[in-house]
Design a protein. Structure first.
Length: 277
C-alpha cells in the first residue's frame, strides 16, 4: 500500500489533485484509515492513474474521463472511442483554421490604403425568394437606370407587393469584368405570384451563398469593392461559384446624396474542394 504522498510521486499527480479525483469519484483510494483518515493507494492503481493523465493530456474533461473509464474497459473499445474523438477534433481544428484565415485576411486588408470607408467582407446565405426581373444589355454601368425605369413601367399592370426588407438587385451575367456592353438583369424581391409580361419575368431565386461587402458612398467605389471581395475569396480558400450581383439598399431612387447610398457587392462562392486546412 502507498501513502498519498508516495502515490503522488509515482503517478506524477499532485496530492491536491488526487484528493479532487477522490471527491468526484474518478480515482478512489483503495483504503482509507477510519481513525486517521489517511488515504492509501495500491500499486495496481498506477496504470489507472497513468491512463487518466494520458486522457487528460488529450484535452478530455475529468467528467468525460470518468465516463470513459467506466464504459470502455477494453483497448478495442477505447480505440474506437478515440477514433471518433479524433474526427471531432479535426473538425474543430478545421473550423479554427477557417477563423484564423479570416482574422489574418482582415488584418492584411485593414492595412490596405483604400478610398472605401471601413467595411468587412462577410459570408452570407441568402434564402430562396421570388423576384420580378428584366434582363437586357446596357452600354455602360451608368445606363442601368434604363432597366429600372423599364421594370417600373412593366409592373404597373399588376399590384405588386414587395418583400420586406426590400431587395433591389442587379445581376451581372457576363463572364469576367466588362466596362461596356454589359449583360445585366435587375430584380426586385416580391411576395405573392405574378404573371410574366413581354419583358418582365417572375421567377424563383434559389438559396445562395455569397461573399458580400457593404459600403456607403458613391458608385465610383464599386471597382475597389469588387477587387477587395475577390481578394477575400482567394485568401480564404473559396472560389467563385456563379454570378456577381449588387444589392442596392439605399439608391438614388430614395436618396439624393450619393455619399449616403448603401450598396452590397456580392459574389456567389463555394469552398474549394482542395482547400488547405
Amino acid at each position: 500500500m502507498l501513502k498519498i504522498g508516495e502515490f503522488s510521486v509515482l503517478s506524477q499527480i499532485s496530492i491536491h489533485m488526487l484528493r479532487h479525483y477522490n471527491d468526484i469519484g474518478l480515482l478512489i483510494p483503495e483504503h482509507v484509515d477510519d481513525f486517521t483518515g489517511y488515504r492509501y493507494y495500491s500499486e495496481r492503481q498506477l496504470p489507472i492513474a497513468n491512463k487518466i493523465q494520458a486522457l487528460k493530456s488529450m484535452g478530455l474533461s475529468l467528467a468525460l474521463i470518468k465516463e470513459i473509464l467506466a464504459k470502455y474497459t477494453s483497448n478495442e473499445q477505447l480505440k474506437n472511442y478515440l477514433e471518433l474523438h479524433a474526427v471531432e477534433q479535426r473538425e474543430k481544428i478545421a473550423n479554427l483554421q477557417k477563423q484564423l484565415n479570416l482574422i489574418e485576411t482582415t488584418i492584411v486588408n485593414l492595412g490596405h490604403i483604400s478610398d472605401i470607408p471601413l467595411y468587412s467582407v462577410a459570408l452570407k446565405k441568402f434564402p430562396a425568394h421570388y423576384v420580378i426581373s428584366i434582363r437586357g444589355r446596357i452600354e455602360t454601368p451608368g445606363n442601368e437606370a434604363v432597366l429600372w425605369e423599364k421594370l417600373a413601367k412593366e409592373r404597373e399592370s399588376q399590384k405588386i407587393q414587395f418583400a420586406n426588407p426590400a431587395l433591389n438587385i442587379a445581376v451581372f451575367h457576363d463572364e469576367g469584368f466588362k466596362e461596356y456592353d454589359l449583360d445585366v438583369e435587375i430584380q426586385q424581391a416580391v411576395v405573392g405570384r405574378y404573371h410574366d409580361t413581354e419583358e418582365m419575368k417572375f421567377k424563383k431565386i434559389e438559396e445562395t451563398t455569397a461573399a458580400t461587402l457593404t459600403f456607403k458612398g458613391q458608385y465610383s467605389l464599386l471597382p475597389d469593392a469588387n477587387e477587395e471581395i475577390i481578394r477575400w475569396i482567394t485568401d480564404n480558400h473559396y472560389r467563385l461559384d456563379g454570378k456577381r450581383f449588387n444589392i442596392y439598399h439605399v439608391s438614388p431612387e430614395t436618396e439624393q446624396s450619393v455619399e449616403d447610398m448603401v450598396t452590397e457587392v456580392s459574389c456567389k462562392t463555394a469552398m474549394k474542394k482542395d482547400a488547405a486546412i
